[in-house]
Ligand binder design. Structure first.
Ligand code: SF4
Ligand code: SF4
Length: 592
C-alpha cells in the first residue's frame, strides 16, 4: 500500500511515474512489457483502486486506455519505444479525438540498444501526432511530469507522451510523495459521433482543430514551468533536456542552460531569447538531432550532431557526462585527455541462454536438422549465438511467421520443407496470430514452433494471456494455445517437451515434412520460474571419451576443461539434456 501522507522515497524513474499516475488519480493502467518501461505497470500493479493490466500488445493497451478516456477516466499506457510503432495506428487517430479523461502514453527509449532491435527517438511521434511530449530528467520530475501530463491532457484535450530513456527509467533518486487525488467527476459515456467516429467526414472537421490545439500548445510552451532558463556563464549555453540535462549539469556546472522539460512543441521565443544571451549555443540531446533541426530552422546557429557544422555529439548510443565533457572540450580546442584504463572492469560475458533453458533443446534440434529459422523477439533470439547459430532472422515482434511465409512464396514449398519460424508464447499472442492466419488463408505450408515457457521471460517474467495469471499475479483465465492455433485453421498441431531431445526432433522433422501449415508447441516452464530443479548432473570421468558431444547443448553449467566437461553445480538445474548427448554414459542423472 503506497503511503498517503507526505514523505520521501528513493524511487526508480519508472516507479516514480507509477506513483505520479497513482497520485493523479489514474483509474486504468495498461501496457505490454518491454525494457526499459516494464516497471511502470509492475509498480502500478502493487497499488489499490486502479485497474491494472498487461495487454497482449501495445495497440490493444492504447485502445483500452482510449476506451477508459472516452468515459472520462484518467488512463496511463506504458511501453518501450518500439511498442509505440505497434500502437501508432490508434495513436494517430486518437490524437484527432477530444480527450475526456487525461491519457498519458509512457514511451521508454533505449539509446545504446541494451535490449532492443533499434534506437529510434520517439520525440518524433509527438511531431507526427501533433501532441505534447514531456521529458523528465530525474525521478522527482518523472512523478511531477506524470501528474502534469494528465492535467495538460485534459486542459488541451490531447493525449500526452511522457518520453523517458533507460538511465531515467532505471536510475533512482529521491521523490516527495503526495496524496492521491480522488477523481470528482462522474464517469459516463456520452456518444458523440462527430467526435469519436473518425470516418472521413468527421476526421476532416477534426484535423483543423488538432492544428489549432498545436498552436495553443506552442503558446503554452513559452511559459511552461518545465522549460527552465538557468543563466550563469554566458560564454557557453546549452539547450538540453531529459537525462542529457544531468550530464550537462555535471560536466559544466557553471554554464548557462535552457532545459526543455516540454520536449515538443518547442518554445521558439524562449529559445531565441536564450540564444541571444550566450556566445556559443550547444544542443545536447540523446538520440536524433530533433531539437537541433528545429532550432536551425529558426535561423539560429547551433553546435550539435552536425546537421550543418561539424558533428560534435554522437548520433548513436547513449550519452554520458564524460562523452558530453570531452565533446565540448575537444570542440573548444582543448587537448583530449589520455584515456584511462578502466579499473576493476568486470570480465565481458557474452549473453547466453540460461543453464537448463528449455529453448536450448529446441535450438540444438534445429541446428542438428540444419533448418533455416526465421526468428522473433524474446530470449530465444540468443539461438543465433554459438554453438547453435540457428536463428537466421530477427526483425520485430511477430515477424518470424510472415517472413517464413515470404520465403516460401519466393523460394517455393521445397524450401519450406527446410524452414521453420520460431516464436515465444507471449510474442505469439502479441502479434503472431494474424500472420499464422495469413499462412492458412494464403495456402502456405509454413511450420511454426511456439516456444511456450509459460511467461514473458525476457522482460522479467511478466504474465500473459496464456500464463494463467494477471498483472497482479492473481489466477486468470488461460488461453489454450493449442485450441487457438487450431481455431486459426492449422490442423497439424503437436506438443513436444524440449527437454526430450529425441521427441522434439521427431515432432519438428514430421512437422516440416508436411505440405500443410503445421505448429509444434514446445512446452516447458522457463528454467528460472519452474521451481522444479533436479539435482546437478553427475559426471563419471572414467567413462568420458572426450568426444565433446555434451558441449553441443552450449550449457554454461558445463565448463570445458581441456576436452572434458566440469559441472558447475551452482548453475546446473538438472535438465539432463546433456545426459542425452553423452553416448558413453559419462553424464548421468542423479537421484533426488
Ligand atoms: S543437466 Fe546438463 S544441460 Fe542441464 S543444466 Fe545441468 S549441465 Fe546444463
Ligand atoms: S559427451 Fe560424454 S563422453 Fe563426450 S565429452 Fe561429454 S561427458 Fe565426455
Amino acid at each position: 500500500m503506497p503511503p498517503e501522507k507526505e514523505s520521501v522515497a528513493i524511487l526508480l524513474g519508472n516507479e516514480a511515474i507509477a506513483r505520479g499516475a497513482y497520485e493523479a488519480g489514474v483509474a486504468v493502467a495498461t501496457g505490454y512489457p518491454g525494457t526499459p518501461s516494464t516497471e511502470v505497470i509492475e509498480a502500478l500493479a502493487k497499488m489499490p483502486d486502479i485497474w491494472v493490466q498487461w495487454s497482449p500488445n501495445e495497440k490493444v493497451a492504447l485502445e483500452v486506455a482510449t476506451g477508459a478516456s472516452f468515459a472520462g477516466a484518467r488512463a496511463l499506457v506504458a511501453m518501450k519505444h518500439v511498442g509505440l510503432n505497434v500502437a501508432a495506428d490508434p495513436l494517430l487517430t486518437f490524437c484527432y479525438m477530444p480527450v475526456k479523461g487525461g491519457t498519458v502514453i509512457v514511451s521508454a527509449g533505449d539509446p545504446g540498444m541494451f535490449s532492443s532491435q533499434n534506437e529510434q527517438d520517439n520525440r518524433h511521434y509527438g511531431c507526427i501526432a501533433r501532441i505534447p511530449v514531456l521529458a523528465p530528467s530525474d525521478s522527482q520530475e518523472a512523478k511531477d511530469f506524470t501528474i502534469a501530463a494528465f492535467d495538460i491532457s485534459e486542459h488541451f484535450s490531447t493525449p500526452v507522451i511522457l518520453f523517458t530513456t533507460t538511465r531515467l527509467s532505471h536510475g533512482r533518486s529521491a521523490v516527495s510523495l503526495g496524496k492521491r487525488i480522488k477523481p470528482s467527476r462522474t464517469l459516463e459515456f456520452v456518444p458523440r459521433i462527430q467526435d469519436f467516429v473518425m470516418v472521413p467526414a468527421n476526421a476532416r472537421k477534426r484535423h483543423p482543430i488538432v492544428e489549432q490545439r498545436l498552436d495553443a500548445l506552442k503558446e503554452y510552451a513559452e511559459n511552461c514551468q518545465f522549460n527552465k532558463m538557468e543563466l550563469k556563464d554566458r560564454d557557453i549555453g546549452f539547450v538540453t533536456g531529459g537525462i542529457a540535462y544531468q550530464y550537462v549539469k555535471e560536466a559544466f556546472p557553471e554554464a548557462s542552460v535552457l532545459k526543455l522539460g516540454l520536449a515538443y512543441p518547442l518554445p521558439k521565443k524562449l529559445i531565441a531569447d536564450f540564444a541571444s544571451q550566450v556566445d556559443r549555443l550547444f544542443v545536447v540531446e540523446e538520440g536524433d538531432p530533433f531539437w537541433e533541426k528545429e532550432i536551425l530552422a529558426m535561423g539560429i546557429d547551433v553546435i550539435g550532431q552536425g546537421l550543418t557544422g561539424p558533428a560534435v555529439f554522437p548520433r548513436t548510443g547513449e550519452l554520458s557526462t564524460d562523452i558530453v565533457r570531452r565533446a565540448v572540450e575537444t570542440h573548444l580546442g582543448a587537448k583530449p585527455p589520455v584515456e584511462e584504463e578502466p579499473r576493476d572492469a568486470l570480465p565481458l560475458r557474452p549473453p547466453t541462454l540460461c543453464a537448463g533453458c528449455p529453448h536450448r533443446g529446441v535450438f540444438y534440434v534445429l541446428a542438428k536438422c540444419r533448418l533455416n529459422v526465421t526468428g522473433d523477439i524474446g530470449c530465444y533470439a540468443l539461438g543465433a549465438s554459438p554453438p547453435f547459430n540457428s536463428l537466421h532472422t530477427c526483425t520485430c515482434m511477430g515477424a518470424s511467421i510472415g517472413e517464413a511465409m515470404g520465403l516460401e512464396k519466393a523460394m517455393g514449398t521445397e524450401f519450406s520443407r527446410r524452414t521453420v519460424a520460431v516464436i515465444g508464447d507471449s510474442t505469439f499472442l502479441h502479434s503472431g496470430i494474424a500472420p499464422l492466419i495469413d499462412v492458412v488463408y494464403n495456402r502456405g505450408t509454413v511450420t511454426v514452433v511456439i516456444l511456450d515457457n509459460g511467461t514473458t521471460a525476457m522482460t522479467g517474467h511478466q504474465d500473459n494471456p496464456a500464463s494463467g495469471r494477471d498483472a497482479r499475479g492473481k489466477p486468470a483465465p488461460r488461453v489454450d494455445l493449442e485450441a487457438l492455433v487450431r481455431a486459426c485453421g492449422v490442423k497439424d498441431v503437436s506438443i513436444a517437451d524440449p527437454y526430450d531431445l529425441e521427441g522434439t526432433e521427431k515432432a519438428i522433422r514430421e512437422a516440416v515434412s508436411r505440405e500443410e501449415p503445421s505448429v509444434v508447441i514446445t512446452r516447458r516452464s522457463c528454467a528460472l520460474t519452474s521451481g522444479t530443479a533436479k539435482p546437478p548432473v553427475h559426471y563419471l570421468s572414467e567413462l568420458c571419451i572426450e568426444c565433446g558431444n555434451c558441449f553441443r547443448i552450449g550449457c554454461p553449467a558445463l565448463e570445458k576443461e581441456n576436452k572434458r566437461p566440469r559441472v558447475n553445480e551452482t548453475l546446473c538445474n538438472g535438465c539432463y539434456m546433456c545426459v542425452q548427448l553423452c553416448k558413453s554414459g559419462a553424464l548421468a542423472e542423479q537421484e533426488a
